[in-house]
Design a protein around this ligand. Sequence first.
Ligand code: SF4
Length: 372
Amino acid sequence: MITSKGVSHGFVNSKILRIEKNSGLNFFSRDGIIISEGDDNSYLAKYVLSTSKSIKSYQAGISSLDKSFVKSLCVGDIISIGEDGRVNLLWKCGQDDNLLFVTDFCNSKCIMCPQTKIEKPQNYYKEATRIIELAKDKPKYLCISGGEPTFLKEEYIKIVSLIQKKYPHVSLQVLTNGKNFSDFQFSKQCVLNSPVDTLYAIPIHSGNSALHDKIVRTKNSFVLTIQGIINLYKLKQNIEIRIVITKQNYKDLPNIAHFIYWNMPFVFHVAFMGMETHGSAHDNIEDIWIEPNEYIAYLEESVSFLNNRMLNVSVYNLPHCILSESLRKFAKDSISAWKKVFLEPCRQCSMVEVCSGVFATSSRNPQGIHRI
Ligand code: SF4
């Protein structure tokens, strides 16, 4: 998340606001916030952001903000403002990689989860609703994530139905462990209330239920996830299977590929993924980390098995330079722009335009990154 901290003036509660053009006619808008240059005509605005040290005494706002942060904000962006002066960018106007983070809670405890373990998890369904209500642009793509976004089922349905009403043609991607979709009636309600072009991205960590549950660290997860996938298939939904490669499952990749082909050849897409070593993944790094050069042969076998059987298969989050020639054509530029970084060898690399790079958020990156 792009974030910065300044000095708070007059905020008693946190707020979610949309950046508005400073027209001099911003008559105390309750939804909008103006970027003030100090001696400009922003005096009619109720809320202001400023890089200078103070703001007008009758206004609420954040002063002393970092100049480059303020410069990166545009009219239509949506931000949250904390009483402590923290400003978070929640929605980038005109961009297609906006993500609605709806909850910290999850009904799994995956060993390689990139989320940070939080002492007091919270729900953000209301905040997500506010973002959708405030947004003025029309995104082509949108993603819902968590935690487990369906953790509070009714709240999840409210969010997707709001998206369906406002953006009926958006391509919506839902990052879910699929377990709540084992409830057919809930799945049906979700499908009826979601945009037509909704893709459910669901992880399978093994073709073997015991290993899957060991990685997820929650009993019965495999059975529930598979039941969820079958229900979504019955409801004619697009499903992407995601396989995060860890020390626990890298030898099982070909079994996973066989499991998918023989049991769910209907899936829209299969993605084999490099790890983001952040949050719990970072805490468990010594147990889960495996260098890509140790699993490339298993990955090649799995990708080629599925591709030869006409399944749509990709490799996410792994740079071209650590993949074999045969795998490079499956590699996607899959890391969100704000999370992606290129290292020193990338400077003169011919692949930089198409490569995923590596996670800026990861504490460990694959060995052997080199210019091509
Ligand atoms: S050197 Fe950098 S840009 Fe080139 S393939 Fe490797 S990670 Fe990608």
